[in-house]
Design a protein around this ligand. Structure first.
Ligand code: GTP
Ligand code: MG
Length: 195
């Protein structure tokens, strides 16, 4: 995908009204610190337009990045961040749910999980919720650079089983460090944006 123009167009907090966009949207969900913002930067060919942090809980708003005036990448706040209060968690949960429910232009939800770990109960809930809402989630197994090549297949299987993925569901190992997996994700997005 050739990136000619990117812009952080809309930032939504818990009380904001969601935009009624007319271009296809691609959302990135997953637990705090899994690498959503880092993946979005890689897909935008930018180093730090989406703010990232080693501390979980960096993204606390829904951020809409307009790509080439053709489509949007939607950076969601992470779930499962231990340090926020229950009330805060519920607010974020509602906000994400509301977005996934209401967006008319959402084409695909990419669910990110760390390739090193078995999916958590929250990951499973998110996966099931996405399926329940009629989307086929695409799983991105992040931080690929943190494991040996010999471990990849085993970890992919662990994630497939842990989420209860359907046989036809796609899982793409990805590294924001090496950019491995990026072409495959771009290709999928290109296809879904067109169709
Ligand atoms: P929240 O906004 O808190 O929900 O987190 P996030 O999912 O947006 O994660 P973010 O992109 O901020 O990345 C969290 C940390 O993981 C940062 O320190 C990143 O540099 C690091 N990270 C993300 N992706 C990768 C990767 O593929 N490889 C390695 N080695 N580190 C990564
Ligand atoms: Mg983030």
């Amino acid at each position: 995908m050739i990136i000619r123009n990117v812009e952080l167009e809309t930032v939504c907090g818990v009380t904001s009204r969601l935009p009624e966009n007319t271009l296809p949207e691609f959302a990135f969900a997953g637990k705090s610190n899994v690498g959503k913002s880092s993946l979005i930067n890689a897909l935008m060919n930018r180093k730090a337009l989406a703010r990232t942090s080693a501390q979980p809980g960096k993204t606390q708003t829904i951020n809409f990045y307009n790509i080439n005036k053709e489509l949007y990448y939607v950076d969601l706040p992470g779930y499962g961040y231990a340090k926020v209060s229950q009330t805060e968690k519920e607010k974020w949960g509602k906000m994400i749910e509301n977005y996934l429910h209401k967006s008319k232009m959402l084409k695909c939800v990419f669910l990110l999980v760390d390739i090193r770990h078995e999916p958590s109960a929250n990951d499973r809930t998110m996966y099931e919720w996405v399926v329940y809402n009629g989307f086929r989630p695409v799983i991105i197994a992040t931080k690929l650079d943190k494991i040996n090549r010999s471990q990849i297949q085993k970890q992919v299987k662990l994630i497939r089983n842990g989420l209860g993925m359907e046989k036809d569901d796609v899982i793409i190992p990805f590294s924001a460090a090496s950019k491995q997996g990026r072409e495959e994700i771009w290709a999928l997005i290109g296809k879904m944006a067109a169709g």
